[in-house]
Ligand binder design. Structure first.
Ligand code: ZN
Length: 161
């Protein structure tokens, strides 16, 4: 897996960053391979060189998901069309296709389910308050409900409970 540092005209920068731009036509002079990383730097002749380290420090990374050799398909010989996708930080593959984020997502779903259960129990305790006129018992149920609600908040905030 190679990283190709590429200049991109600033007029395309915005659509690249927000994910609208998913393909590039490039001169095929770098032995591009599916799985290689494209590291784009916004650059214009007027704006100065990024690679020289002047005004642009930001870059945007994409992984190549597909390559068409344009010479075979009526486009100028020597060019290629690269399809690209956002890069996963873990596997460096296509983050829209890989499953790296699944375990973390599964944990979040479990915490949400647990929080939902705590909130339901809190509601039950609140429901019991009205059936108990003795102050101590009513206060006890309010305290229990508060405890459950606080636990639910911690679960949803991702804190230890
Ligand atoms: Zn991944």
């Amino acid at each position: 897996m190679k990283v190709h540092k590429l200049k991109i005209d600033p007029m395309f920068w915005g659509s690249l960053v927000i994910g609208e731009k998913k393909a590039e036509i490039r001169i095929n002079d770098r032995d591009y391979k599916v799985g290689d990383i494209l590291e784009f730097y916004p650059f214009s002749i007027k704006g100065g060189s990024v690679l020289g380290g002047s005004m642009f420090k930001e870059n945007e990374r994409r992984v190549i998901t597909h390559i068409v050799d344009c010479g075979d398909w009526g486009l100028p010989v020597g060019y290629c069309m690269l399809s690209m996708a956002p890069v996963c930080h873990q596997c460096h593959g296509d983050s829209t296709q890989c499953q790296c984020a699944w375990p973390a997502m599964q944990k979040k779903i479990e915490r949400i389910e647990e929080a939902k259960h705590e909130i339901e129990q809190a509601a039950e305790y609140i429901g019991m308050v009205s059936n108990h006129t003795e102050d101590d018992t009513a206060i006890h149920f309010v305290d229990m409900a508060r405890e459950k609600a606080e636990k639910a908040v911690k679960l949803l905030e991702g804190k230890g409970v």
